[in-house]
Design a protein around this ligand. Sequence first.
Ligand code: HEM
Length: 473
Amino acid sequence: LRSRLFHANGNIPTVPSMIPWVGGVLQFSKDSMMYLRQCRERYGTVFRIVLAGRTITVIANAKGVNNIFRDRTKAYNTYIPQLRSVEAIGGVKQSKNAVRIINEKLIPVVIQSFSRDGMDKLGPAFNNDLIRILNSTADEIRTSPDGKIIPLRPFINESIYHAIAAAAFGPLYPFDTYDDFETCDSDFILLISRIPFFSRKAIQSREQIIKAIADYIKRAWSSQLEGVSPMIAEVLSVLRDTDLDEMDLAGTLFTFIWGMQASTKRITHWLMVFLLNNPEAAARIRDEIDQEFRDHFDGDIGCLLATPFTGLEKRFPLVDSAFKETLRMTTVQVAMRQATVDTELVNEIGTLPVRKGDTLMPNIYAIHMNEEVYADPKTFRVDRFLPENRLTHWAFGGGANMCKGRLLAAHVVKTFVVLCFRMFDMELVDASGKSAVGNIPPPDTRRSVSILHPSSKTQLFIRAKLRDLKEVQ
Ligand code: HEM
C-alpha cells in the first residue's frame, strides 16, 4: 500500500537513511543483495537509494528493464560502471582515456572477434586445451578405482582459467597468475568498494597480475603474436596504437581478461553444483549427452572436439537449458545505466521521469526470482529453458551494451559440462567424503557482486571415477 501511495502521487520513494549524504552505503556494502531485497519488499519495484551522495533508481520490473535495454536512442550509457571497472579491476590511472579507447577501438574489434565466425576458430582451440587438462585429471583418477575426492572449485576454476587463457592468449600467457586471480575474485567486493585496509591483499594480487600481463604484452608483440588466437591478436594490435602507458595498457587488458574469466568460471561452478545436487537432473543430462554422442559424434570425444562452434551451438539442448537456468538463478544486479538526456521510462507501475545524469540499476535478480515470470523461481528446473518453453533471461544485460562474450561463455560452460559428464561419474561430497546432496552451503551474499559467490566457509568436493564408455556405446 505504502509503495502504491507513493507511486500514485507520481513520486518515486527514496529509501530513507539516518545520515543524508551517506545514505544506504553501509548496508549496501555489507550485503547489497539483502539491502535491495529489503527495499523492494518495502517500497515496490521502483525506488531510489542514496549511496555516498549518488542517487540510484532501482528498477525491478521486467517492462522497465526491457525498455532500458531496448532503447535505440542512446538515452542511456554505461560510462560510470565502465569507469569503475577499469579502476577497480585494472587499477587503471588514466581511466577516462581507457574507457574511451575501450568504447571506440576495443569493443568494435571484440564484436567482430567474438561473433559466430570468430568462435568457429576459438571454439575448437578451447576444446583441445580443455581436454588436455581434463585428461590429466583423468590420469589422476585412474589410480583410484574407488573414486578420487577432488575439491570442486579449484578443479573447475583452474581448468577453465587455463583452457581459456591457453586458447585465446597462447603459450606465452603467464599461467602462474591463477592464484592471484582467485584472490582478486574472492575479494572483488573489497576492490570495487575501495575499502583501503581490507583490500590490501587483493590490490597486491592485482598488481602482480598486471605486471605479469605487461610483460606478456611485450613478449607477444616482440614475437609477432605467435601462438596468439586471431581474436586476441586483433585486440593486442588495437592496444598497440593507443597512448596508454605500459601499466594502464596491461590494466585495460586485465579488465578484459576479467570479463572473459570471472563470470564464466562462476557460472560453471554453480551449474555443476546444481546438477550434482539433483541426481534426477544429472541423469537426464548424462542421458542427453550420451545420446548426442551416439547420434552426432560417432560416440567419440575427438569428433566433438574438432566440431566448430556453429556445429555445436544447437546441440545438447538440455545442457543449454541448464546453463540458462543457472544464469537465471545466480546473476545478481548488473548492467547499470546513466541517462544521457532527460527522458521517461515506461515500466509496470507507470511512467518514470528520468533526468539527464540519473543512474539506473536494473535489479535483474529480483526479476529472475519473480514467480509471475518464472514458476517456482527458487527451484533449479533443468528443463525450464528448453526452446519450446520460449522463456528469456536478462543475465547478459541487453541492447547496445549487451555482453559481447556471451557466445564464448555459453561454449565454455557447456563444453566443460558435456566433457565432465561424458568422462567421469561424479558424486557431490563434503570434506569427509559423505554425500553432500541436499546439503549445499548457502551462497555468500555479502561477497556476491555480479554472480552469487559460493560459500566462503564450506568447501564442496566431488568423488570422481572414470566412466567405462564401452558400456554406453
Ligand atoms: C557467463 C559468463 C558471463 C556473464 C554472465 C556476463 C555478463 C555480462 C553483463 C551482464 C554485461 C553488461 C551488459 C549490459 O550492460 O547490458 C557484460 C558486458 C560485457 N561482457 Fe560479459 N558476461 C560473461 C562472459 C563474458 C565473456 C566470456 C566475455 C569475453 C569476451 C565477455 C565480454 C563482455 C564485454 C566486452 C562486455 C561489455 C559490453 C559493452 O559494454 O558493450 N563477457 N557481460
